[in-house]
Design a protein around this ligand. Sequence first.
Ligand SMILES: Nc1ncnc2c1ncn2[C@@H]1O[C@H](COP(=O)(O)OP(=O)(O)OP(=O)(O)O)[C@@H](O)[C@H]1O
Length: 410
Amino acid sequence: MAITPYHATTFNLSSSPNRFTSIARTGFVSYPTLFNPYKLDAIFSSTLLSLSSKRKQSRKLFNVTSAVAPAETTAEFDEMVSGTQRKYYMLGGKGGVGKTSCAASLAVKFANNGHPTLVVSTDPAHSLSDSFAQDLTGGTLVPVEGPLSPLFALEINPEKAREEFRDVSKKNGGTGVKDFMDGMGLGMLADQLGELKLGELLDTPPPGLDEAIAISKVIQFLELQEYNMFTRIVFDTAPTGHTLRLLSLPDFLDASIGKILKLRQKISSATSAIKNVFGQEETRQDASDKLEKLRERMIKVRELFRDTNSTEFVIVTIPTIMAISESSRLRASLTKENVPVKRLIVNQILPPSASDCKFCAMKRKDQTRAIDMIRNDPELSSLLLVQAPLVDVEIRGVPALQFLGDIIWK
Ligand SMILES: Nc1ncnc2c1ncn2[C@@H]1O[C@H](COP(=O)(O)OP(=O)(O)OP(=O)(O)O)[C@@H](O)[C@H]1O
């Protein structure tokens, strides 16, 4: 019989609460967990624990070691979780490799380890809602039910935001622009650009503008007193290309704002007719101050991405040559941008098996080859290699994410 240690269906991942209760009645759950206020999760996690020790036993029994990687490395989660200073984790990589699942499971793990956590998706094609099996749309912070400490999720859709912006700009002939931009934390840009046909500018947006909207929204939230509590921020980023644009964006905006400020200086020294375009002296001064603030905020973002003490970019990949090649290029670009990278998650690795079908044997060989490639890749070989197994159900909902998180983030 094939051994599938990560056979999640065995762990009742998709079970109803009643089935958990019946597990409890059969004595599968250790006594103290019944006092936990989050009973279902407690029962669930202790069931997982109990089954995970069974898993270890069955490994011993059949002397099964990981087929693709003899030496198991851990993610060194202790280091990730230690300290109450705010830390940012950005998970990125090729499309479909499991960025969202890894980001969501990390956020759940942080929250279960005492960190009030915010998980943010800046991917225009969001899947956080699907991953948490909860509606997180709406562009604002939504509490996620289940973890032991507060966990909030935020899905930002920059494309949609841009669409909305264009609509408002058309409908109101530009007058609603400022309100909308204020809402996005970019009000000061609107002040400056409102009269410069910003709507037209958005028809051919400069690279990174969508990400600008996403980033400024997050920063705006984090500046609010009520969101001071978050000590871990996990970003589920868009696929590689977008991420790189996002990283270079603060520079871009900084440069743009610089241009705008220069333009303003020129205008303010011009005739009164032109002065009317920007309003009275006081208003102009106020707008300049706001613009400076935006510039400062962008500089903060740029520094944040590069701050080894507070930020880490975690690359997520799968064991295929194509995904690994892209990860290697991503690492090179991140190094160029001075973004700290320490961990590489290789997701969806076939779990060990005593007897392989032909397809599995081939697939396993293929994966082994891909993992060897990582070990010989100059960009990737120095990273902490964390292996995550392919599980046999879709990872959806907090209990399932907790299950995945406990496997990956050790
Ligand atoms: N270790 C795993 N075992 C089994 N299924 C997985 C695993 N990791 C991810 N998946 C599944 O793969 C699919 C894609 O995962 P996910 O949405 O996390 O990837 P992504 O990289 O965020 O994708 P996108 O680039 O489209 O946003 C999902 O159905 C998810 O449940």
